[in-house]
Design a protein around this ligand. Structure first.
Ligand code: ADP
Length: 274
């Protein structure tokens, strides 16, 4: 509609310029639509726990003479408050990974530390569900990047592996070096024996707020932002993330990141970090 009208107005300038203008407009409009969707999604996601908190606080007041009910409602208020806190924290994380230039603060980061931190972050849930977390292969590997962002990326993958797995299963984290034409890469694979991801959703799970099963995601305190954060971190580090999954059997998410090669510490940032 509008894009065509523009092309008619500038037609005398030459068809190549017209084509560029039209493409620019289409892209600008697409970005605007994505931004509008995002704001609408954020509003909706914020309203849900806030609405629940409001209803629950009314219920508490009405139940003032029933201590058991008060305790029950207060417990649910706590769950909603946690949900709200998680969402705000993930929004802050997402905006940080979208706006920062991680490689300005890049340094060699030991994979072992990232793995240990990720396991720590999910330990509570894993213990509750009797899920075993096992790591291997990371001993002396180092990746080149922003420590906090890399920790957030791996932490999210391990958290998902635990959240989307039944009790008494195993989550494995395996790291190795792979040779690649542009310099060696570090591969970190997180494997679970969980519910898996249907083929039709595999592309979309990296979109902000996309969930295969929204009710299930909310039940585990999920925000729908974790994999969007992972995708951004990996992209800004010049790496990639891939997913392999069979429904009902499990999933493997694999990060590929640039290795912090010996000697690179000084050459890259000119400061000398180790
Ligand atoms: P959430 O906060 O909902 O976990 P994510 O962005 O981390 O959001 O993941 C998006 C969706 O991808 C999840 O809601 C879930 O449906 C699916 N998903 C992510 N990781 C896994 C996994 N390891 N196993 C099964 N499904 C997963």
């Amino acid at each position: 509609g509008e894009a065509l009208a523009v092309s008619a107005r500038v037609a005398p300038l030459g068809s190549r310029l017209v084509l560029l203008l039209v493409e620019d407009l289409t892209e600008a409009r697409r970005i605007e639509a994505v931004r509008r969707d995002f704001v609408a999604n954020v509003s909706h996601e914020l309203k849900t726990p806030v609405g629940a908190l409001s209803l629950l606080s009314e219920a508490v007041m009405d139940a003032a003479d029933d201590p058991e009910a008060v305790t029950r409602f207060a417990g649910r208020m706590q769950i909603e408050a946690t949900r709200l806190t998680n969402l705000v924290q993930e929004l802050i994380d997402l905006s940080r990974v979208q706006n920062d230039h991680p490689l300005e603060d890049a340094e060699p980061v030991r994979v072992q530390e990232l793995v240990a931190e990720a396991i720590d972050r999910s330990r509570h849930t894993a213990t509750t569900k009797n899920i075993t977390m096992a790591a291997g292969g990371a001993s002396d590997l180092r990746v080149w990047g922003h420590r906090g962002q890399l920790a957030a990326a791996l932490g999210n993958l391990v958290e998902n592996a635990v959240n989307y797995s039944p009790a008494h299963t195993r989550v494995g984290i395996a790291a190795r070096r792979v040779t690649a034409p542009g310099g060696d890469l570090i591969e970190i694979a997180v494997t679970d024996q969980g519910i898996g991801i249907p083929d039709k959703d595999k592309e979309r799970i990296f979109e902000r707020f996309y969930r295969v099963d929204p009710a299930r995601s909310r039940a585990t305190g999920g925000t729908g932002l974790g994999l969007a954060i992972v995708k951004h971190v990996v992209a800004s580090h010049g790496g990639e993330v891939t997913v392999w999954s069979t429904e009902g059997q499990g999933s493997t998410f694999t990060l590929r990141l640039p290795e912090a090669a010996a000697g690179r510490d000084r050459t890259r940032d000119g400061r000398g970090t180790s």
